[in-house]
Design a protein around this ligand. Structure first.
Ligand code: ADP
Ligand code: MG
Length: 258
């Protein structure tokens, strides 16, 4: 099945500013097969967020093309933007936000379903238990801590069972104890649902821990400076992070940052 394989051909992107032009991405040719989870890493300003937005069609490249092979299906994509708060409607309670993300809209009936069904609520409660999130869904998004908001956004995104996940720094506000649980949850999700996943992280270890493949962008050239597979089977035990095999992979990715 070719659901959500992605082909990028000769992508180039330059930003113009008063200080001069800045080439952010240069001659990017990549093929992501369906079901692969890809970590996109690189230093700040290396073009990771720009790259994800180009894949999504939110930013236009100067040259090149993006082809997403999805067998004609729509609405199977979950995007988690770097500013995760953009995934909420801030004036709506969490339960209504959840409903907007997860309930099927009845377009014959003036558009929008705002009620959370029992079925969705059950799924949410189960997932929240897995990641030890305790939250009152009658609250508004701003009443949660940054980390809690980010976990909510992640659950909202995953409970839709997307076939393509594009996540920009999805774990940046989550503390180290919680992160282990979330990584396990994510890892299990990837095994079970096999979505094509692009995950950007400035935390190279988290990204490598989750991914089947690593693509490194360097800051100054705009080129991809490394692209390699991580063969370790999922779910990966947390202890793997301390083993020489993992440390070697981290070093290999880091060396490609410059
Ligand atoms: P990363 O996500 O790797 O930190 P970004 O893709 O956000 O990097 O940004 C790459 C570079 O492009 C940065 O120097 C940033 O300032 C610049 N940039 C990003 N978006 C814009 C924009 N809309 N207009 C001008 N410059 C931008
Ligand atoms: Mg970014």
């Amino acid at each position: 099945m070719d659901e959500y394989a992605i082909k990028l051909e000769n992508i180039c992107k330059e930003y113009k500013s008063a200080e001069g032009n800045r080439v952010v991405l240069q001659s990017i040719n990549l093929y992501f097969p369906a079901g692969q989870s890809i970590a996109v890493v690189g230093p700040n300003g290396s073009g990771k967020s720009t790259f994800l937005k180009i894949v999504l069609g939110l930013t236009k490249p100067d040259f090149g093309s993006v082809t997403i092979l999805n067998n004609g299906k729509v609405n199977d994509i979950s995007y988690i933007p770097q500013d995760y708060r953009n995934s909420f409607f801030p004036w709506l309670r969490l339960k209504t936000n959840l409903a907007l993300h997860l309930e099927k809209r009845n377009h014959d009936h003036l558009g929008v379903t705002l009620e959370l069904s029992d079925h969705t609520l059950e799924k949410f409660i189960e997932a929240a238990k897995d990641v030890q999130l305790i939250v009152d869904l009658n609250k508004f998004p701003y009443q949660l801590s940054g980390g809690e908001q980010q976990i909510m956004v992640l659950l909202q995104a995953l409970l839709r069972k997307p076939k393509l996940i594009i996540a920009d720094e999805p774990l940046s506000a989550i503390d180290i104890h919680k992160k282990e649980l979330i990584l396990l949850y994510l890892s299990n999700f990837l095994i079970k649902e096999k979505p094509t996943t692009l995950i950007v992280s400035h935390d190279i270890e988290d990204a490598l821990f989750l991914a089947d493949r690593v693509v490194v962008f360097s800051k100054n050239t705009g080129f991809v400076t490394a692209d390699f597979l991580i063969e370790k089977q999922h779910p990966r035990p947390n202890e793997w992070r301390y083993e020489p095999e993992f440390r070697t992979l981290v070093k290999r990715a880091l060396e490609a940052f410059e």
